[in-house]
Design a protein. Structure first.
Length: 462
């Protein structure tokens, strides 16, 4: 849009320049033309004078060598002037011979300039100098002396009329002014067409597009403001939730620490219980070995009872034989009969005592077997308990490791929650900044729509 305004301003400035040039051309006066003639035509004649130097030297050589007639010299200069000079500059050529005969040629019709009488011809030592005289007379001329044998035989006079040149310049100025006006009108119409086609319509379209863009920008700004408000609310809620999570994480961390300490205590207790169970298993093994030895001892007692019973039976049989022999001896064997009776009674008591011990030994053996079975069962249970304690210790150790990991994770989560809380605060701040930016954008969109309306109003004049 800025470039379009620049092009429009440039076109207007160009039109104003053309109008100013036309006005300046229309108010040029004779003095201005005189100055132009003095600046343009007089230097041109001077340059033409320099260009005639070689031809004049050739003409003087011709006069010196051939004693040529003035008419021949006149023809020579006239032919050269016709090819070199323009009719607007050159008006006449005049040669005055030594016998005062005037030979003259007019190149521009019958108009005769005002020619003054000849001045005294220059001496021979000034032959190389051209007498170029410019004055304020209506007609101006340039004089070239012609010498022969150091004597002046004539001169060449070239002249032009300021009045004729002024009239020609005025005609050209009038024609230029008319052409300028026509060109100005055509250029103005063309500029208006260009303005309408290249600037006005695109600017109008641009203004329409700007108006639509400003409306869309306004809607987008309002949506951004609403989104920023929602984001800020969500960030605040997230911050509150994160704070709650942080507090919960701290509580979990404390509880996890307590659980970890409890698991460590349980682990220590399980290890002590495992040690006791292992000691009990060893003790039960020792007890089982002792009971096994008691079983073997009771079996030996059983064998001993059998031997005692057998000995008591033999002793009883021996006492019976002794009684029989004492009866055969009569009074002489009476004392031996009493001893035999006592031995028989002792054998009977021994047999009864052995029989009495036998059930007890059997009961002891039964109890020993029962004790051995019970000890074996207790030992098996203790081994299971020991294995269970080992499993418990391993499980508690694993749980302790797990609680350590949970503790580390909770600590990490707490740190992350702190970062999330900081990020939520940053998001909230950015959302507030976005809301402020959206308000500024909405204001800019309203300003843009107002400028588009003004642009429509400005362009509508075309």
């Amino acid at each position: 849009m800025k470039n379009a305004f620049v092009r429009f301003a440039g076109a207007r400035a160009l039109a104003i320049v053309f109008l100013a040039a036309a006005v300046l051309l229309s108010i040029l006066n004779a003095r201005v033309f005189d100055q132009l003639i003095g600046k343009e035509f007089d230097p041109r004649i001077a340059s033409l004078t320099d260009s005639l130097e070689s031809t004049l030297k050739n003409a003087l050589t011709l006069v010196d060598d051939l004693n040529a007639a003035p008419t021949e010299v006149l023809d020579l200069f006239r032919d050269y002037a016709a090819h070199t000079l323009t009719e607007r500059d050159l008006l006449y050529i005049q040669i005055r011979s030594a016998d005062k005969t005037l030979v003259e040629s007019h190149l521009l019709g019958n108009e005769s300039p005002d020619i003054q009488p000849l001045a005294a011809l220059p001496p021979f030592d000034e032959r190389a100098h051209w007498d170029v005289r410019f004055n304020d007379q209506p007609a101006q001329e340039i004089r070239f002396p012609i010498l022969k044998d150091d004597q002046a035989v004539g001169e060449v006079r070239l002249g032009y009329s300021r009045a004729r040149i002024k009239a020609t310049a005025r005609r050209l100025a009038f024609i230029s002014f008319a052409l300028t006006l026509v060109m100005m009108f055509a250029i103005w119409r063309g500029l208006l067409g260009v303005l309408r086609g290249q600037i006005v319509r695109p600017v109008a379209q641009t203004a329409t597009q700007l108006s639509g863009a400003s409306e869309r920008l306004g809607r987008l700004s309002r949506d951004m403001a609403s989104f920023a408000a929602e984001t800020s609310d969500l960030a605040a809620e997230s911050s509150k939730g994160t704070d709650n999570v942080t507090q919960t994480g701290k509580t979990i961390l404390v509880q996890t620490t307590q659980i970890n300490e409890g698991l460590r205590s349980v682990l220590d207790q399980a290890r002590r219980t495992l040690s006791i169970a292992q000691d009990a298993v060893r003790f039960m093994d020792q007890t089982n070995a002792s009971i096994a030895r008691l079983g073997r001892a009771s079996a030996e007692i059983e064998t001993l009872i059998k031997s005692i019973t057998k000995i008591a039976g033999q002793t009883n049989l021996l006492s019976l034989n002794a009684t029989i022999e004492a009866a055969r001896a009569g009074d002489a064997g009476h004392g031996f009969s009493v001893v035999a009776k006592e031995v028989k009674e002792l054998a009977s008591e021994t047999a009864r005592a052995a029989e009495d011990v036998r059930p007890r030994v059997h009961a002891i053996q039964t109890d020993i077997k029962t004790a051995v079975a019970a000890v074996n069962e207790v030992a098996a249970v203790m081994r299971k308990i020991s294995g269970a304690q080992e499993n418990i210790a391993a499980a508690v150790q694993q749980q302790a490791t797990g609680t350590d990991n949970i503790k580390a994770l909770v600590e990490t989560a707490a740190d992350k929650n702190v970062e999330i809380l900081a990020n939520a605060s940053t998001v909230s701040e950015k959302a507030r900044d976005t809301s402020v930016g959206a308000q500024e954008t909405l204001k800019a969109a309203e300003d843009l729509e107002r400028l588009a309306s003004e642009l429509h109003a400005r362009v509508s004049i075309f």
